[in-house]
Design a protein around this ligand. Structure first.
Ligand SMILES: Nc1ncnc2c1ncn2[C@@H]1O[C@H](COP(=O)(O)OP(=O)(O)OP(=O)(O)O)[C@@H](O)[C@H]1O
Length: 647
């Protein structure tokens, strides 16, 4: 039998009888010549003839490339016999990037691969280089897995309650469904099945680009925004990310708490102590991982992180972000994150960038005169709890504190301990940081997140106050006559503006520290800007005793609890003994003469030896006095500007 069908290329192909699965050879002799079908079985010969006539009939529904393909691979000859004249194809188009497009592509690729014959086209790569892997063949032997990339240059024909032809072009995926009836149902079933397959598959879906992911829920996180920090930390906690990538970025720098505690922390031992290093996701990398029931793709670029979740349900993205945030906060509760101002890579602006993580310092370890730390804590708590009151009273929900006094008296330590106690983060601002001026200062104030502390240390160093200008310019001989030049590009007016800014975050605490309150402009510390001032003095007798107790706890569980006795043996001291020693220690040191930092420095020389600390303290005090004398004596000939200021 000869059927004329021009323009198609074919050869000897097997014909499968769908009834019994048996094959017979059909000779298609084409090449612009009539097709010849040879089969000894009259039934099948008739069937073959019918098929070929259908080919002609359906030609208008198929793109030429599809027809060529079907003949080339023999798929067309597998068409089920009950295809009749009345059968018409149902056409369904799935635009590129639509979610159903992803389901169907993945489903067809997966299933077609499973029953692949020699006519299928695949490109095969090692897993390491894959960008759009469709079918992974796992070896689990530690070597790279093979990846078969389905080649969509050729259309696919398969049976699913009806014959379905699928082909891809620029616009998306087109399906043609044939059957006597219920073609729409066949299509619906296919889409549904593909969806289930997609959701439950264990292999990651193909990488998607921004355009092809238009239907998927996508979120972009600005690298300088705090949320990017949560996401990065969260990504690092996903073990599958670590499995998939073989290119690591290794860091011994202590990133933020999330990264340090997020599960992929790697520790290696050095001779003396354990070194911790982390493997943060690399810039320029893209990762796919399973999150709950969804596939997530994360692309990390220098300026942004893009998260694409294979779903159309926005609430899944919100849950993802919330999970990242919660995990970050949970990890951060054991630490205090200190954010530092950083210049932007692209613009002239500054933002809160680098994060330094500090171990929490228990608030109880603060050694301050009676009531100071308790009052401060109560005041801050009251402020944080009275947001509603501030709103109703139309007062900006902000509070300013000034901690002032001698160096080493615990001002910075207080802020650190307070942040740890209340689970707050610190935004540390040094007004002398290059790049910070009146313009960028406002952005930094605005960028402080609610429920955080904005800490400006040594606020007096940034610019001399109006009073200081006068004082310094009337100094006598031997003193610097010119005004000290400002060390910050920020002006007093700029700082006052930033403090008063209406856009500045609500619920933030501003804490400034200074060693020289007298140098501050009164406008800077007026109520409304600075509401509470706390003076830090040199150690009182009470603080001396407290400092001693902190060094030599009576708690048996504490690693610092075993001490050398007078005989040199290791022993545990009774509370009464420590109290007695603390009294002796405090009595030997003059009050208001030394900072807690100085006392701490002395006690560090007697870490396990409270008796030694008490025995040698008088000599230490004497040596300090002597040192002071020498310093004064030396001043006659070697007076420095710093010395003159401290006088
Ligand atoms: N009141 C204190 N309570 C507990 N520790 C203190 C206290 N004062 C000082 N220290 C200890 O001394 C060291 C220096 O303290 P800190 O930096 O808080 O002082 P400071 O007043 O901020 O000094 P500066 O004005 O020079 O910045 C810290 O390690 C801290 O442990």
């Amino acid at each position: 039998m000869v059927v004329p069908l021009r323009g198609l290329v074919a050869d000897s192909l097997p014909l499968e009888n769908p009834q019994n699965g048996k094959h017979s050879l059909i000779k298609l002799n084409c090449n612009c010549a009539p097709i010849v079908i040879r089969d000894r079985h009259p039934q099948r010969r008739r069937h073959g003839a019918l098929l070929v006539s259908r080919i002609q009939d359906q030609t208008r529904h198929f793109p030429p490339s599809f027809l060529a393909f079907m003949l080339a691979r023999g798929s067309l000859l597998q068409i089920h016999p009950p295809l009749t004249e009345t059968a018409r194809a149902l056409l369904a188009h799935f635009p590129r990037g639509d979610l159903a497009y992803h389901w169907l592509c993945a489903y067809i690729e997966h299933h077609d691969f499973r029953k692949a014959s020699g006519f299928h086209a695949f490109s095969i790569k090692s897993r390491d280089t894959m960008r759009d892997a469709h079918v992974l063949v796992r070896n689990n032997d530690g070597y790279l897995d093979a990846v078969y990339n389905f080649d969509w240059a050729l259309p696919v024909l398969f049976w699913k309650r009806g014959w379905i032809a699928a082909y891809l072009d620029e616009s998306g995926l087109t399906l043609q469904v044939w059957g006597f009836s219920r073609r729409a149902q066949a299509l619906r079933d296919l889409v549904q099945e593909a969806r289930h397959f997609y959701q439950s598959r264990t292999e990651p879906p193909a990488f998607v680009t921004d355009e092809s992911a238009s239907a998927l829920v996508t979120a972009v996180f600005d690298a300088v925004d705090m949320s990017a920090t949560w996401i990065l930390a969260y990504l690092q906690s996903q073990p599958s990310i670590m499995l998939e990538t073989s290119r690591f970025c290794v860091s011994t720098r202590q990133y933020d708490s999330g990264w340090a505690t997020a599960g992929t922390k790697v520790t290696g031992s050095s001779a003396s102590r354990e070194q911790v290093y982390s493997l943060p996701p690399r810039n320029g990398s893209t990762h796919r991982f399973r999150w709950r029931d969804y596939w997530v793709q994360a692309s990390i670029a220098p300026l942004k992180i893009t998260i694409i979740i294979h779903t159309t349900d926005k609430s899944i993205m919100f849950s993802f972000i919330e999970a990242a945030r919660a995990k970050y906060i949970e990890a951060a509760t054991a630490c205090v994150n200190v954010y530092l101002a950083q210049a932007s890579l692209t613009t002239d602006s500054m933002h809160w960038g680098r994060v330094v993580t500090k171990r929490q310092r228990p608030y109880a370890t603060l050694v301050l005169p009676n009531g100071i730390k308790e009052n401060l804590l109560a005041d801050v708590k009251e402020f944080l709890d009275s947001e509603d009151w501030y709103r109703h009273a139309n007062v900006p929900h902000r509070r300013g504190y000034l901690l002032y006094g001698q160096p080493g008296t615990g001002k910075s330590t207080t802020v650190h301990a307070l942040a740890g106690e209340l689970g707050m983060q610190i935004f540390f601002l040094s007004l002398a940081t290059p790049g910070i001026d009146d313009n960028t200062l406002g952005d930094l104030f605005d960028g402080v997140t609610p429920h955080s502390i904005l800490l400006i240390e040594d606020i007096d160093c940034a610019f001399p106050s109006r009073q200081t200008h006068v004082e310094v310019s009337v100094q006598g001989p031997g003193r610097p006559t010119e005004m000290p030049s400002p060390r910050s590009a920020v002006t007093l007016a700029g700082l006052l503006n930033a403090m008063d800014s209406v856009t500045s975050q609500e619920g933030r605490l501003l804490i400034c520290t200074t060693n020289h309150i007298e140098r501050l402009d009164p406008a800077l510390i007026r109520p409304g800007r600075i509401d509470v001032r706390i003076r830090y003095s040199l150690a009182t007798a009470e603080q001396l005793k407290d400092a001693f107790h902190r060094f030599y706890p009576c708690d048996t569980g504490s690693p610092a609890g075993a001490f050398k006795s007078t005989s040199g043996a290791c022993t545990q001291l009774a509370r009464s003994e420590v109290e007695q020693l603390a009294l002796e220690f405090a009595a030997a040191i003059p009050q208001d003469a030394y900072s807690v930092a100085q006392i701490q420095g002395y006690l560090l020389g007697y870490k396990k030896d409270p008796f030694g600390a008490v025995a040698h303290v008088a000599a230490w005090v004497e040596s300090q006095r002597f040192g002071e004398e020498v310093r004064r004596f030396g001043k006659q000939g070697f007076l420095t500007p710093e010395d003159s200021e401290s006088d």
